[in-house]
Design a protein around this ligand. Structure first.
Ligand code: DON
Length: 565
């Protein structure tokens, strides 16, 4: 950057230099001096930086990283899944969200996961081909490349194809998650062939080679959307799922469409918050929580009171998630009202400093959801032009549905569990809801994924994390940390606690609350539950415009890599 300016300056006549510098300086300040990538895996971060080095922009890098993660982190995301890519284009300031969320197959129906007695059979909504929505990930990658990138898919998918073909040694997260998912995995011969070793749980040193997946990626590189959603790949996907009891048809694949949606914007104490709109609940719940909290001065209050107020805001915002939110193409939602300050004022009015919950509190039987593994994934990118990407991608539970249609190498998602199958029954994350998020043919299931940008006068932050229902509360806690002026490395470390309305308890990771806070919160009437493991895998980038510094950080709870160069 400096060299470029000096070169240009050399060509400018002396008298004009001052005017010229005046014109160019704001532009200089508006472009970061470095590229930065934070993702859940070193190979994916490298794939992104390589693309930036080859002259690609952040959107090209996003394609490369999405594809690389699909290969190297099969616990979390993949071609058989979907996600949300929040974009900021520096040239014109355009902000948009690529919605590549899965859709229910056209043959899906409201009660497909209920048995004859009307009970929810969750095993069927998290394992096997019935649990899989129609993937959006390949279409979203192609859309990103065609509308925002400048490099061909052949180039941006090359690293992923190489990783799939040559293989790589799996890490600890893989080995832990495969133990958890072994019972489901061994039911799919194609999945077992790829992800197990001779039908058994692999051990450390296992090299994961995915030849079929490499071939499917090559088809996408060569034919774009048609390489996955029609032709031989589509035929294999449909035949494989149907042979195993699934409902997919060729029409499901042919009619899958990515949607560009306007992000949600909020303002919290001078910070501009840009986040995911429905069909993610992320932006709405984040905005509602921040709006409620903006009525309190959180700085001087005791940490017990502070955490109590944050929990009460979460409780109210998550209640609205359950009541109102779903796929905007199917249900009409009062998003404008929910995200208004007038509504937050109403919600805030019944928050009491001395007592947990609502004035009238119903007992709940829904248990806290287990947290066994890292699944889903997030990455953040900033390029030297100032383009930004915050992307959260998922196949839902660890290794998704654990089902691979033979010959495709594509591990399918189990995102159908994100729908509400039965009122009063929680999904795998304990989330409840009602009609807006019931299963309908072609509908997108409500998500909690919360890719987010934060901006104040000097700083730009790009962030997000996996973590099921806890994603939104993690992004909220990171936003409050940003608001206190903390560094990127601090946001990813923030001790985590969470409330999602139902179950009615504060879930916290070990160290997320001090003993004193736990006692203080109990005195106010909170029930608390320590999670079995720490949770989340946040990946962030910060650009401080005032001093020109770019930093990136990966969650110490995961194996992510954040690089700036
Ligand atoms: O879209 C959602 O909200 C979920 N499918 C995300 C799942 C997830 O983050 C799991 N991570 N631990």
């Amino acid at each position: 950057m400096t060299a470029k300016i000096l070169r240009v300056c050399g060509a400018v006549p002396q008298g004009l230099l001052f005017v010229y510098l005046l014109l160019i300086l704001p532009w200089v300040a508006a472009a970061p001096p470095y590229n930065a990538v934070a993702s859940a895996d070193l190979l994916a971060t490298k794939a992104g930086l390589e693309i930036l080095d080859q002259g690609g922009n952040a959107f090209d890098a996003a394609v490369a990283i999405s594809a690389a993660l699909a290969v190297v982190e099969p616990t979390g995301s993949g071609l058989g899944g979907g996600g949300f890519w929040l974009l900021h284009r520096a040239a014109d300031g355009k902000e948009t969200m690529i919605d590549g969320r899965e859709r229910a197959p056209f043959a899906a129906s409201r009660n497909m996961f209920l048995n004859a007695a009307g009970e929810f059979e969750q095993q069927r909504s998290i394992n096997g081909p019935l649990s899989a929505g129609i993937p959006g990930m390949p279409a979203a990658m192609v859309h990103l490349a065609e509308h925002y990138g400048r490099l061909p898919l052949k180039t941006t998918l090359a690293a992923a194809i190489r990783y799939a073909r040559e293989g790589f040694a799996v890490g600890e997260t893989y080995l832990r998650s495969i133990v958890l998912r072994y019972p489901a995995m061994k039911n799919s011969a194609a999945a077992a062939d790829i992800f197990l070793r001779n039908g058994a749980v692999p051990e450390a040193g296992f090299r994961l080679v995915q030849k079929d997946l490499a071939h499917t990626l090559e088809r996408i590189a060569a034919h774009g959307v048609a390489g996955f959603y029609s032709g031989p790949a589509a035929a294999a996907l449909v035949e494989g799922t149907r042979d195993a009891g699934g409902l997919w048809t060729l029409r499901d694949l042919e009619e899958y469409r990515v949607v560009e949606r306007d992000p949600l914007h909020a303002e919290y104490k001078g910070i501009r918050v840009t986040s995911a709109p429905p069909p993610s609940s992320g932006g709405v719940v984040l905005t509602e929580s921040l709006n409620m909290l903006s009525g309190f001065d959180l700085r001087p209050v005791d940490t017990i009171d502070r955490k109590h107020l944050v929990v009460e805001a979460m409780r109210r915002a998550y209640r609205d998630r359950a009541r109102y939110l779903g796929d905007p193409d199917f249900v009409s939602m009062p998003v404008e009202r929910l995200t208004s300050m007038a509504y937050a004022d109403e919600l805030r009015a019944d928050i009491r400093l001395d007592r947990a919950g609502f004035p009238v509190r119903k007992p709940s039987a829904i248990p806290a959801a287990p947290i066994e593994a890292h699944n889903t994934t997030h990455f953040s990118i900033l390029d030297k032009e100032g383009n930004r990407v915050a992307a959260t991608l998922s196949i839902n539970y660890a290794f998704g549905s654990c089902f691979v249609p033979p010959g495709t190498g594509v591990l399918l998602n189990d995102e159908m569990d994100d729908f509400v199958s039965r009122e009063g029954s929680g999904n795998i994350y304990g989330l409840t809801g009602g009609d807006p998020n019931r299963i309908e043919p072609g509908k997108r299931m409500l998500s909690s994924m919360t890719p987010t940008f934060l901006e104040d006068e000097d700083r730009v932050a790009i962030l997000g994390t996996p973590g099921g229902s806890r994603i939104i509360s993690m992004v909220l806690l990171a936003t409050l940390d940003f608001a206190q002026g903390q560094a990127a490395a601090s946001w990813v470390r923030v001790p985590r606690y969470h409330h999602q309305y139902l179950p009615d308890l504060i879930q916290y990771e070990k160290g997320g609350l001090t003993e004193r806070e736990i006692t203080g919160l109990q005195k106010k009437g909170h029930r608390l539950n320590e999670t079995s493991r720490p949770y989340g895998n946040m990946q962030v980038v910060l650009w401080d415009k005032k001093n020109g510094r770019v930093t990136a950080a990966s969650d110490p709870r995961g194996d992510g890599w954040a690089l700036v160069r």
